[in-house]
Design a protein around this ligand. Structure first.
Ligand code: ZN
Length: 289
């Protein structure tokens, strides 16, 4: 700090000497007689300035870069503009506050709505007990899922497991020569199913495109409601097996008549519903009669 003080004093001295020198030069009233004297004085002043300049340079070189910035106290605020009109900050602040208020409101509403969703299965908000149950089978290892599906044996169905989204499996089930289904699992919990015709392409990475046939779109709807029916957090493996057995009953989608009306086709569609317990085929409009 002392070094800095002396350097600053040296700079100050240099500046005042330079100023003095140029003022003398400006005010000088030089005649033929005083000319030599003036030149000598100027030379001397100039030499002094040179010497001082060298001293300043030396002391500047002797200074060390401070490791931390100096605490400047309230002087740091000097650089800030204090007039509101010139900052244009106020309207932006008001907008930000309004925006944050809205985010709060919307997230509060969204949180309430989501908490009321009884079909929620894989995300946990409630009791500690449920947390344990859910995490137990969300985290189950890929080998367990592979083993589970390898144990499922249906005569007309082949299973292929792939993992395009990381550790979670997508099981491609080909049921007879009737349909293909992509079953998205999270651990051993079935999250989603896409159903397509046997002749359609089923890309494991594009599971949101629906089948171009109405009959398979209908089967997919039913498969989704059955997925919720067979869901069981306490016996997840059994739930998957039961679901796959139910799904496998579509191997005779076009071969069996409706159990209620005994027709093969009603409203242009075969019986697309399968009873959850008996696996018997029904038309959608016949199942609740
Ligand atoms: Zn029917």
């Amino acid at each position: 700090m002392e070094k800095l003080q002396s350097t600053l004093s040296a700079v100050k001295g240099l500046r005042s000497n330079v100023l003095q020198c140029f003022e003398n030069l400006f005010d000088a009233d030089v005649t033929e007689e005083t000319r030599q004297k003036f030149l000598n004085e100027f030379q001397e002043n100039f030499n002094n300035i040179n010497t001082q300049l060298r001293e300043v340079e030396t002391s500047i070189n002797g200074l060390q870069t401070p490791p931390n910035p100096y605490h400047l106290g309230n002087t740091t605020y000097l650089a800030q503009e204090t007039t509101q009109e010139r900052q244009a900050l106020y309207p932006q602040l008001v907008n930000s506050y309004k925006w944050i208020d809205k985010v709060h409101d919307y997230s509060f509403l969204a949180c309430n709505t989501l908490n009321q969703n009884n079909l929620r299965r894989s995300y946990i908000y409630c009791s500690q007990k449920r947390v344990r149950v859910f995490s137990a089978f969300n985290n189950s290892d890929p080998e367990h899922t592979d083993k589970l599906f390898s144990e499922i044996n249906h005569l007309h169905t082949t299973y292929k497991i792939c993992r395009p989204f990381g550790s979670n499996a997508v099981v491609i089930a080909t049921i007879s020569r009737v349909l293909k289904a992509a079953i998205v699992c999270k651990g051993v919990l079935i999250e989603w199913i896409t159903v397509k015709g046997f002749d359609e392409t089923l890309d494991p990475e594009d599971l949101w495109t629906e089948s171009r046939y109405e009959v398979f779109r209908k089967v997919q709807d039913h498969a989704h409601s059955a997925m919720l029916h067979f869901f069981s957090p306490t016996l997840p493996d059994l739930a998957v097996k039961s679901y796959m057995t139910w799904l496998n009953s579509y191997s005779k989608l076009f071969l069996e008549p409706c159990k209620r009306c005994s027709k093969y086709v009603s409203n242009g569609l075969p019986p697309t519903w399968r009873d959850l317990r008996t696996l018997e085929p029904f038309h959608e409009e016949c199942r609740n009669c």
